[in-house]
Design a binder for this molecule. Structure first.
Ligand SMILES: [Mg+2]
Length: 197
C-alpha cells in the first residue's frame, strides 16, 4: 500500500483507553449522552460555551495527568521512526493535554511527531480537515497516510480524506455504526501497525 506517513489518534490509541470519562464530562456540561461534546458545545450560546470549554479543558488536563501510554505505543512509534515513516498526531483534544500526556511516555516525546493537529488548529474529526492538513504538512498525498484510531470518527475522517485507516479495537466492543465506512484494517494491538506499513 506504500504508506509513507502514520497519523495517530491520541486518547485511547497512543494512550490507554479510559483516562477520560466522557460520560461524566457530558453530565457536568449538560450534554445529552448520545451527543458528542465538541459538537454539543457548538450549539451553545457564546458565553455559556466559553464557560463549558473551561470545564472541558480542566477535565481533559486532569485526565492527561492520570493517562498512561497504551500497550505497544512506544514500540510502534519507535519502529515506524526507524523505518523513516513520517509521524503525526490528530486529536479532538487540546495541545496542552497532549503535551501533558506525552510527558509520561518513557522513550518517545512530542518531538518524534512531525505534526500534532489538535482542535486548536483544525475542525475536529469526523471532519477530514485535520487529516488533509496533516498530509499537506507532511508533504504527502492522503492516500500515502495510514490513520490509526480507536473510534468511528477516526475512520470516517480518514476515509473522507482519502487516507488508509486502521481501527484499533482493544476491548472487542464495536464502535462503528451502520452506514459508516469500513476501516481498511482492524487491529487488536498497536504493534500490528508495523505489519501493515
Ligand atoms: Mg480515541
Amino acid at each position: 500500500m506504500n504508506i509513507k506517513g502514520v497519523l495517530f489518534d491520541f486518547d485511547g490509541t497512543l494512550t490507554e483507553p479510559g483516562a477520560i470519562d466522557f460520560q461524566a464530562i457530558k453530565e457536568e456540561l449538560g450534554c445529552p449522552a448520545d451527543e458528542t461534546i465538541l459538537e454539543y458545545l457548538e450549539t451553545q450560546p457564546a458565553a455559556r460555551r466559553t464557560e463549558q470549554m473551561k470545564i472541558l479543558e480542566q477535565r481533559e488536563e486532569k485526565a492527561a495527568e492520570v493517562s498512561r501510554p497504551n500497550q505497544g505505543a512506544e514500540k510502534c512509534v519507535m519502529g515506524l521512526k526507524e523505518r523513516g515513516i513520517s509521524l503525526g498526531i490528530l486529536t479532538r483534544n487540546s495541545l496542552v493535554s497532549v503535551k501533558k500526556s506525552l510527558d509520561k511516555f518513557d522513550s518517545i516525546s512530542i518531538d518524534d511527531f512531525f505534526t500534532v493537529i489538535t482542535r486548536d488548529v483544525s475542525q475536529p474529526k469526523p471532519n477530514p480537515d485535520g487529516v488533509l492538513r496533516a498530509a499537506t504538512e507532511m508533504g504527502l498525498s492522503p492516500s500515502r497516510i495510514l490513520l490509526v484510531g480507536d473510534y468511528r470518527f477516526d475512520v470516517i475522517a480518514g476515509k473522507a480524506a482519502g487516507a488508509c485507516t486502521a481501527l484499533l479495537v482493544t476491548d472487542g466492543r464495536p464502535v462503528m455504526k451502520l452506514g459508516d465506512p469500513e476501516p481498511d484494517y482492524v487491529i487488536a494491538h498497536l504493534e500490528e501497525v508495523l505489519d501493515i506499513v
